[in-house]
Design a protein around this ligand. Structure first.
Ligand code: PA5
Length: 446
């Protein structure tokens, strides 16, 4: 049984060497067969929810004309504005935010000092949050991208009313029309009706792609193109990964191996997967991953609880629990191996070495960060917390595309291993219904 795997082009690798004592070889052999059955369900489209497999081939998911419109509208808005308010919740915004934060150092925003910034709304109902954002927008020239597949989600619906009215006030009703872009269902839903009647530019969320799998559709690609992300490279990375994920040899397919490892650990009684990274610009990527796995797997009283941590920060808050608390979790480390900028530990300012850091003088921060990660992995493994590592050679659009597809594909396998439908989210509807009852929405009276 292999404990490591890498895509052939080296774009992503998985290290499970520290899992050895937690995996039982008998179970591994039978699981290999289960994984093959899950993969067959995905590709033959015979599993539950197979009508939502549109993401499986990223290059097919988008028609070229739609991509041209995405790029054109993004560049026209860049010429007129400096900020895009992305209004959406869950799968309608998490992927965008994950990519924007991860790629920020590569964007025009930082290179030229002129910003194309993304702000987010529709993710909460806090009055203060909305007031603060409205205040910030007073000094910005902003546009709006409202995103809702169903077109009826309350939080983005309310936020859209607020920010649309502000935009019409500041830019004038006529000018505002060009600065509103709606991303929604092709034919149905309140947002589709509204957009058609107002004549706003619209993009389509494909029928066969669920919200949490939609980052590489116009849901994510339009705001990311606005922010200056190379969306072709992002989709290109995902497309290459989609080919690599077809590989049957586990040593050459880290997505299959990751799904296998996490399922084996779940079957040993562990109930939490803690996705940890020593890179703070991956914090939102971990939020996206939490939704992808939480909403896909948490069904029929089954599924790992997806939690996240950013280190070193959280080693000084959660570290004690992770090292010595109840043994109910395992960790997956998300790491970037190269391409990080240079920053060396300087000489002590006054020649005084009382801080005992002289031995690190001249060493790269990125190297120290890697060593901190390997030390943490070893310490947690010693404490009985099994862990594995997902390694990217560098963090750019291409490798982010690879990572996104890797997680999506492994998530689909994981869902089928747990014998649930990985593509629906019936549980999310329950709170919505209760909220409608309490708010007195017509048709929802108790
Ligand atoms: O993954 C999903 O489908 C959900 O998280 C949705 O994205 C989220 O509930 C928002 O729904 P909508 O885009 O319909 O407003």
């Amino acid at each position: 049984m292999t404990l490591t795997a890498s895509f052939d082009d080296g774009s992503l690798s998985l290290d499970g060497n520290l899992l050895e004592t937690h995996l039982y070889s008998g179970k591994v052999e039978s699981l290999i067969h289960e994984v093959e059955k899950a993969v067959e369900k995905i590709h033959k489209r015979t599993g539950a929810g197979s009508e939502f497999l549109g993401w499986l081939d990223p290059s097919e998911m988008l028609d070229d004309k739609e991509l041209v419109r995405v790029r054109d509208k993004a560049s026209r808005l860049r010429a007129e504005t400096d900020t895009l308010v992305v209004i959406g919740i869950g799968g309608s915004y998490l992927g965008t935010r994950a990519c924007y934060d991860a790629l920020k150092p590569l964007l025009d925003f930082n290179k030229k000092g002129k910003g194309y910034s993304l702000k987010y709304a529709g993710i909460n109902l806090s009055a203060q949050y909305h007031i603060d954002l409205l205040e910030k927008l007073k000094t910005r020239n902003f546009a709006i991208n409202v995103i809702s597949k169903s077109g009826t989600t309350t939080e983005p619906g309310i936020a859209f009313r607020i920010f649309r009215s502000e935009l019409e006030k500041s830019a004038g009703k006529k000018n505002a029309e060009d600065k509103i872009v709606a991303t929604t269902d092709r034919n149905k839903g309140a947002l589709r009706e509204l957009a058609n009647s107002e004549g706003w530019e619209t993009f389509v969320v494909p029928d066969d792609v669920g919200g949490r799998y939609s980052v590489l559709t116009p849901v994510g690609l339009f705001p990311l193109a606005y922010a200056g992300v190379d969306i072709d490279a992002l989709v290109g990375g995902a497309t290459e990964a989609s080919i690599a994920c077809r590989e049957e040899n586990l040593e050459r397919n880290p997505a299959r191996l990751y799904a296998m490892f996490r399922h084996l650990l779940y079957k040993t009684g562990l109930s939490i997967e803690l996705m940890a990274s020593f890179e703070p610009r991956l914090a939102q990527l971990i939020e996206w991953w939490k939704q992808l796995y939480g909403e896909s797997e948490g069904k029929d009283q089954k599924g790992l609880f997806p939690a996240g941590a950013i280190y070193s920060r959280d080693l000084h808050s959660l570290g004690q629990w992770i090292q010595d608390g109840p043994r109910i979790h395992f960790e997956t480390f998300l790491a970037i191996e190269g391409g990080e900028p240079s920053l060396k530990v300087p000489k002590s300012a006054n020649g005084n070495s009382v801080d005992e850091l002289d031995y690190l003088e001249g060493r790269e921060l990125s190297e120290i960060n890697c060593i901190a990660q390997e030390a943490t992995r070893a310490a947690h493994a010693d404490g009985g917390c099994p862990n594995m590592g997902i390694y990217l050679p560098k963090l750019d659009e291409y490798h982010l595309g690879v990572l996104i597809y890797f997680f999506e594909y492994a998530c689909a396998i994981s869902g089928y291993l747990n014998e649930i439908n990985p593509f629906n989210q019936p549980g999310v509807e329950v709170y919505k219904k209760k909220m409608f009852q309490l708010l007195g929405k017509p048709g929802y009276e108790v």
